[in-house]
Structure formats: structure tokens, C-alpha cells
Design a protein around this ligand. Structure first.
Ligand SMILES: [Fe+2]
Ligand SMILES: [Fe+2]
Length: 216
């Protein structure tokens, strides 16, 4: 129940969990996700890491924290991207990126060994619904302010919704739709990288679709 006097449901849910919630580590935190969302998040992490592994040359090498690859950070970001949904109900859907980033920021010392990695993951979470044409949410960022790894996560998220979650998804139709959204949904270069690894990603989806339930 919301405390008396709190009339903003979003703030109420976030306030209660942010104040009372103390995850032991990242695995513990992700364990709080419902199985379906946990499966979605892990698949997004795997896809994002495959794309980021190919996209390394598009990322500034100087930004890469020593000892951890962009692919690894993309995986962690994908696993965490919807963590803000722990804090809200469906009516507050568009705030989940901001709430997720607040949750990770509050517990970053516990969840991450490296401050740079922590910030990159938090940026993925807060920006995974932003779009280069400014139509994204919740911040409506311009393309120049969207982190590259976040754009990779956006694509991986979109793919999972269309290749796994959507009923009657036809791969050819999905890929055609993706090609048409170049520059709108994600950076054009991210889609270029996807095409380089798309066979590997589609193979994983044909494997995952045989798994039951949606946890990989
Ligand atoms: Fe999301
Ligand atoms: Fe998602």
C-alpha cells in the first residue's frame, strides 16, 4: 500500500522499493524479475553482446574499461534493461528506464566492481527506449546523446519482442520491418552490425523457441 499522502503511484512504488530493497549482488537483483521478464532480459543480453562484439570498432576504444569488453557490458546492460519494471505497475510503463537507472545507481557499489562499467550499464538502462529521431522515451534524446550500447540494446529488445514474444512472427517479415526502420529505431550502423551477426542471432532464436518456458 502507498503511504498516506503519496498520490503519485509511480513515486510511491519507486520510493518503497528504493528505500527497502537491498540486493546482495547483480544475480540476486535479477532474480527478483518474474521468469518471463528474466528470460526476455537474458535473451536481449545475449543478442546485444553479439551485436556489440561485432560493433567494437564503432565504439571508442578509450571508453572501454580495462579488462571487460563492450560485448560483456552489453550483456549486463541487456540483462538489466527492464529492471525498472520491478518498481512500477503497467500504468507507469514509460518511466521504467528512469526508475531502473535510479535503482542501479543507488546500489551501484554493491552491484558493480567498476564505476565505469556501472555508468555504462546505467546509461543502457536509462536510454534503451530512446530513438535517434527523438521519438523515444522517457527523455526524447537526440541521436547525439544516445549511447551506442543503448542503441544496440534497443535493437536487441525490439528483436526479442518480434522474434520471440510476438505471436505468428515471421522472420522474413521481421527483418523487412527492421530494414525499413533504419535510423528511426536505432543507429544505422547498429543495424549494419546486426546484419553481420544476424544468422547467429536467428539460430539462437530457433533454439530458444524450442525451450520451455521462456527462461534460457
Ligand atoms: Fe524496456
Ligand atoms: Fe525489454
Amino acid at each position: 500500500m502507498c503511504p498516506t499522502g503519496v498520490d503519485n503511484i509511480q513515486a510511491c512504488h519507486a520510493g518503497i522499493l528504493l528505500d527497502d530493497f537491498s540486493p546482495a549482488d547483480l544475480d540476486d537483483l535479477l532474480g527478483y524479475l518474474q521468469p518471463e521478464l528474466r528470460g526476455h532480459s537474458r535473451r536481449v543480453g545475449v543478442c546485444a553482446s553479439l551485436i556489440a562484439g561485432y560493433a567494437d570498432t564503432n565504439l571508442k576504444p578509450g571508453d572501454s574499461p580495462h579488462g571487460i569488453s563492450y560485448a560483456a557490458i552489453a550483456y549486463i546492460g541487456g540483462c538489466c534493461h527492464d529492471i525498472g519494471k520491478l518498481l512500477i505497475d503497467d500504468t507507469d510503463y514509460k518511466q521504467h528506464p528512469s526508475l531502473g537507472s535510479r535503482l542501479l545507481t543507488k546500489h551501484s557499489q554493491t552491484l558493480f566492481d567498476n564505476d565505469v562499467v556501472a555508468q555504462m550499464v546505467i546509461d543502457v538502462v536509462s536510454c534503451h527506449h530512446e530513438a535517434p529521431n527523438g521519438s523515444g522515451f522517457p527523455l526524447h534524446l537526440a541521436a547525439s546523446n544516445i549511447p551506442y550500447l543503448a542503441s544496440i540494446c534497443t535493437l536487441a529488445d525490439w528483436l526479442d519482442h518480434h522474434l520471440y514474444a510476438a505471436e505468428n512472427s515471421d522472420v522474413a517479415t521481421v527483418l523487412c520491418s527492421l530494414a525499413e526502420s533504419t535510423g528511426v529505431l536505432v543507429f544505422e550502423s547498429v543495424i549494419d552490425c546486426f546484419w553481420q551477426v544476424h544468422k547467429e542471432i536467428l539460430e539462437k532464436y530457433s533454439f530458444w523457441s524450442l525451450q520451455n518456458p521462456s527462461i534460457i
